[in-house]
Design a protein around this ligand. Structure first.
Ligand code: 1DF
Ligand code: MN
Length: 343
């Protein structure tokens, strides 16, 4: 166990799955649910390989087992979220009911250990106004700290104005929306899945980076200027692209090339710097962490482990050993999370 420093390590993208969710995923698979990404992901994790069985054990626990792993890796607190794809693969009424039930279960676990656990509300974007209401209930009544949305919902993206009630609620409640990865939708997954690149290795980042970029260029942040979005994996590739996105967006607007690409109040990169926070989930590697801090600012990068998918206790040392000041390390590990999630 790493020595206890004078900051708390708060991990911000940590997954759980109630047994009922896994049972419902199995049923979808058995019923032939036609989403190759979902079948690839949960076909694997509901199977009997060593990785899948170890994962299944950890992801369903919201008590002692998880706390022991947190102690062993020096994690003071986990911000919990329902694992991908959450309830977003179910029909709207079922998804809405499941989100409620899972949020209740999550808040019970948090109430038992408020010193170690916090959490985000699962919502069903299939029913946008129901999702907005559940977010409000989650925050106001259950004490949850924001919403988790696992990227596309049955092939649809949050820039569609029908989803705006969710952003309106998040802005009004002053809580962030964490856009977490899922596998690319059927319309996009072909070339990924042929080479096993649909999941966390790359497809997740392409899908989720695309999702955030769609939200930005559609003008969501002009409409909801106080909305805050969190994305994992150090920004799903986007921080590396800021210069080119700004340049090309400007050129496209000037040429009036697409009716769907209109001038925004700011440059695309400005929204990433002002409305977006990134976490280090799955990216325990010094160069991109320092890069993200340098282009986005040290106040905008938060620590995450991605437990239990990437439970590698030694990786915490990478973050501990970053060549940055203790004050910046405290921001990365603790105080940025406290601010973003109002802990
Ligand atoms: C994996 C990775 C799965 C992440 C996840 O949820 C997940 C994985 C289903 O390794 O298959 O959240 N991740 O965020 O990197
Ligand atoms: Mn994750």
């Amino acid at each position: 166990m790493p020595t206890q420093p004078n900051y708390l390590r708060i991990a911000t993208e940590e997954a759980f799955a109630p047994p009922e969710l896994i049972a419902r995923y199995r049923k979808l698979l058995n019923d032939g649910y036609d989403d190759p990404g979902f079948r690839s992901l949960w076909g694997f994790y509901s199977g009997s390989s060593p990785r899948a069985t170890a994962l299944a054990e950890r992801i369903q626990d919201l008590g002692e087992r998880r706390l022991r792993d947190m102690d062993d890796s020096g994690i003071a607190m986990q911000i919990l979220s329902l694992t991908a794809p959450g309830v977003q693969v179910f029909d709207a009424p079922e998804a809405t009911a499941l989100a409620r039930s899972f949020n209740d279960q999550l808040s019970e676990a948090i109430l038992k250990r408020p010193d170690r656990f916090s959490g985000l509300a699962a919502i069903a974007p299939q029913d946008p106004t129901g999702a907005a209401k559940e977010l409000e209930r989650g925050v106001r009544q259950l004490g949850l700290k924001g919403a988790i949305i696992n990227s596309h919902t049955r092939g649809e993206y949050l820039d569609d104005s029908k989803f705006w009630p969710i952003f309106e609620a998040a802005e009004h409640l002053n809580v962030p929306v964490y856009i977490h990865p899922t596998t690319p939708p059927k319309s996009m997954i072909g070339p990924f899945i042929e080479r096993g690149l649909d999941g966390a290795i790359f497809g997740f980042a392409v899908e989720t980076g695309l999702h955030l970029l769609r939200v930005i260029v559609s003008g969501v942040f002009d409409r909801f200027p106080k909305l805050r979005i969190v994305v994992g994996h150090l920004g799903e590739g986007l921080p590396y692209w800021l210069f080119r996105i700004d340049f090309m967006h400007r050129a496209m607007v000037k040429a009036n090339r697409y009716a769907s690409v209109q001038k925004l109040q700011k440059q695309p990169s400005d929204y990433i710097k002002e409305n977006v926070y990134v976490t280090t989930s799955g990216m325990a590697w010094e160069p991109p962490i320092l890069y993200a801090q340098s282009v986005l600012g040290v106040d905008r990068v938060l620590y995450a482990m991605d437990y239990p998918y990437q439970f590698v206790p030694e990786e915490v040392q990478v973050t501990d050993n970053l060549p940055i000041s203790d004050a910046d390390k405290e921001k990365l590990y603790q105080t940025n999370a406290e601010q973003v999630f109002s802990l």
